[in-house]
Each structure stands twice: as structure tokens, then as C-alpha cells.
Ligand binder design. Structure first.
Ligand code: DP6
Length: 401
């Protein structure tokens, strides 16, 4: 009787966002379950500018699990990919209460997954958070799950759990050894602070020397500053940051974001042997932001840096055009015809002579490759249009341009 209802091919496509932490996650207390030593807080960026798209398909005809990243076949056996797959299938099994629901997709089918980013991986923008959030969202939809999934995304990459929500998101550290309370929670939706803007300054040059996963483990083992940060500093800052966000207090938000980025990089220097993610260009941008704010007499722009040299700048919409002009004058684009400002439109601004004198220094041509203008955005989305699937009806990647 069940035979007519059995489904033989199912396909789902989702998109998921990048997020940027303003209270940083750095350090695990459990490296297998990915449990952090402190809570963290991030802003989810808009998917019009930065997103991962993932198609997951399951079929009776597939003979093995397979994975393609940006069009190239990749190792589906990667322990973190396997952890996400295992957890989603476990939840699906639990939901069905052991009994086989004939209308539901069989859990014994092999799956094919294809994933790609709408931004160059070479740009050094954190892609693992969006990638794992997207993988988990697509798999969950495929199996019809509706429960809380940040706990599963966390198993792919710690910061990925925060990409499961839009707007302003807290990853709560949790207390339990099994990680069931180490979850992401939305602090406020993306509509909460409509004037907030984000500029990603993509810095030219080398890839990061030490990955986050290895780097933070060395920090946990060697940095007394990191221990103090996790135990004393972050709990205080987290409460303050939530209040600044609730109040839409840009001065408070920006200052704390800068201080927290600086302390994270200080823990990297305190790691032994030390880790350096900031470059001369990063430090140049930091000094520029402080001169700019000092000139205006308050916090107009705030920077934050993850495990790499690219700056992420927060500003209110009315400050964007002027600061972009300051960046353009400080780091004149190498004339290669590429668009220097990408993403949301940026108006033109003339710099008052007083500002030029106080803020600009000797220009460093080509040091910033381009600026991406974006804003806070929503969490993972289901893509309804079947023409957007990354896998064809045969379950293999569609040919790419
Ligand atoms: C500096 O989430 O990439 O971006 O959990 O080992 O995958 P794993 O690390 P990951 O670390 C992100 C570190 C950070 C700060 C942050 O996003 O909070």
C-alpha cells in the first residue's frame, strides 16, 4: 500500500548569509562538539551582497554521498560535513518516531550536495559560516525538519550557528557538556536598525597564515589574556552590546565593537608562538578610522577584523559616502578597470578642506582592492524557483558559465 507514496528524488535549494562578530568567538572548551569558551554576538550581512547557495538532493538511484563546492567535487567525508549530516538524519529519525512514514523521504537514500558562493573565496571573506548554515538549512528542508538547527550548524563551524538567524544574533556559550544549550538566539531582527550599514574593505595581498580552528586552539592552550577575556571581559561586554543594539546607540555599539576586535587580536599576540592576522594595511585603516572619528568628535565609523586582514566597517547611512571618499583618497585604486565600490550604491561626497588636512595622510595606492557596501540582512532562505537548483534532474552539477 505504501509503494505509490514513496518518493524517489527530492531536491531543495537554500541560501544562507555571512555574519560578522562584534563580540568575538575565539576558543573552544570542546573541540569535537565545538563548544566555545565564551558567548559571542554578530550581525548577519545581507544576502544580496554575500551569500552561499546550496542544493541538496536525495535519490534512490544515488550510489554514494557526494559534494561539490564552487563546481569542484570535494571530500564529503570531511568530519564536520559528516557531523552535520549525521545530526540532521538523527533529528529526522527522531521526528518520525522510528516508524517509516511512507510519504517521507527515505533516510537510507544517498545524497548529493552542491554549494557555491556569490563572492570570490579568494576575497578572504569568511565563507565557512555561510557554507555550513546553508548546508544544514538545505538538509533540514529536504527531510522536513522544523526544529532549532543552530545546534547542528555549530557542528560544522562555530560561527555558522549565528548565520542561522538574521539581524543581530547571540551565540550563547551554554553550560552543559553535551552542548544542547550552546545555541544561537536572535537579539533583534534586521529591520531593527534600518540606518546601519556595513563596508567590507577587501585588502590586497596574502592569505591568512593560520586558520581559525588551529589558531584558537593554540590561544586556549597558551594565552592567559584569552582566559581573562572569556571569564571576565566578555560576560560584561555581551550585556553592554545587547543594550547598545536595543538602544540603537551607534557610539556605544561602535566603540565596543572596536575594543573587542582589538582585544581579540591582542589575544592572538598573547598566543605563543604569536599569531598575526592584521597587516600594515589593516593597522593603517584602524588609524584612519580613529583620525576620522576624532575629527568629527564622535564615533562615525567602527572597524572590526576577523582572522584575516580585511576590515569590516560599521557606519550609519549618512556617513557612508564621506567615509568611502576618505578610503578612496587614502588607498587610490590601482587602475585596472574593476569597480572600486560594489554592492549597495554609494553617493558622491566632497571632503571639506579641514577634514582633508586632519584625516588624510600619504596615500597608499592599491592597498585596498575594493569596498563592498552592504547592510544587515535576514537568515537562511528557501529558494522556490526550481531553475535555481545547482543540481540537474540527474543529480549532477549543472554546467556553469
Ligand atoms: C575570528 O567559526 O571559523 O571569525 O569553530 O573552528 O570553525 P571553527 O572557527 P570559526 O571561527 C571564527 C572566529 C572569528 C570570530 C567570530 O566569528 O566570532
Amino acid at each position: 500500500a505504501a509503494m505509490a507514496a514513496e518518493r524517489t528524488l527530492a531536491m531543495v535549494t537554500c541560501t544562507a548569509p555571512v555574519n560578522i562578530a562584534v563580540i568575538k568567538y575565539w576558543g573552544k572548551r570542546d573541540t569535537d562538539l565545538i563548544l566555545p569558551i565564551n558567548s559571542s554576538l554578530s550581525v548577519t550581512l545581507h544576502q544580496d551582497q554575500l551569500k552561499t547557495t546550496t542544493t541538496a538532493a536525495a535519490s534512490r538511484d544515488f550510489t554514494e554521498d557526494r559534494l561539490w563546492l564552487n563546481g569542484k567535487e570535494a571530500d564529503v567525508g570531511h568530519p564536520r560535513v559528516q557531523a552535520c549530516l549525521r545530526e540532521v538524519r538523527r533529528l529526522a529519525r527522531k521526528r518520525r518516531g522510528g516508524g517509516e512514514d511512507a510519504a517521507a523521504l527515505s533516510l537510507s537514500y544517498k545524497i548529493h550536495i552542491a554549494s557555491e558562493n556569490n563572492f570570490p573565496t579568494a576575497a578572504g571573506l569568511a565563507s565557512s559560516a555561510a557554507g555550513y548554515a546553508c548546508l544544514v538549512s538545505a538538509l533540514a528542508r529536504l527531510y522536513g525538519l522544523e526544529e532549532e538547527l543552530s545546534e547542528v550548524a555549530r557542528r560544522g563551524s562555530g560561527s555558522a550557528c549565528r548565520s542561522m538567524f538574521g539581524g543581530f544574533v547571540q551565540w550563547q556559550r551554554g553550560e552543559r557538556p553535551d552542548g544542547t544549550d550552546s545555541l544561537a538566539l536572535q537579539v533583534a531582527p534586521e529591520t531593527h536598525w534600518p540606518e546601519l550599514r556595513v563596508l567590507v574593505l577587501v585588502v590586497s595581498g596574502e592569505k591568512k597564515p593560520v586558520g581559525s580552528t588551529a589558531g584558537m586552539q593554540t590561544s586556549v592552550e597558551t594565552s592567559p589574556l584569552l582566559k581573562h577575556r572569556a571569564e571576565v571581559v566578555v560576560p560584561e561586554r555581551l550585556a553592554q552590546m545587547m543594550q547598545h543594539i536595543r538602544d540603537r546607540d551607534f557610539d556605544g555599539f561602535g566603540q565596543l565593537a572596536m575594543r573587542d576586535s582589538n582585544q581579540f587580536h591582542a589575544t592572538c599576540l598573547d598566543t605563543f608562538p604569536p599569531i598575526f592576522y592584521l597587516t600594515d594595511v589593516s593597522r593603517h585603516i584602524i588609524a584612519l578610522a580613529h583620525r576620522y572619528n576624532a575629527h568629527h568628535g564622535h564615533t562615525k565609523v567602527a572597524y572590526t577584523f576577523d582572522a584575516g586582514p580585511n576590515a569590516v566597517i560599521f557606519a550609519l547611512a549618512d556617513a557612508v559616502a564621506e567615509f568611502v571618499e576618505v578610503v578612496r583618497r587614502s588607498f587610490p585604486p590601482a587602475t585596472n578597470g574593476d569597480q572600486f565600490v560594489r554592492g549597495l550604491p554609494v553617493g558622491s561626497a566632497a571632503l571639506p578642506p579641514g577634514l582633508e588636512a586632519a584625516v588624510l595622510t600619504e596615500p597608499v595606492p592599491g592597498a585596498v582592492q575594493y569596498i563592498l557596501h552592504t547592510k544587515p540582512g535576514p537568515g537562511p532562505q528557501l529558494v522556490d524557483d526550481p531553475s535555481q537548483h545547482l543540481l540537474g534532474p540527474d543529480g549532477l552539477p549543472r554546467s556553469r558559465a
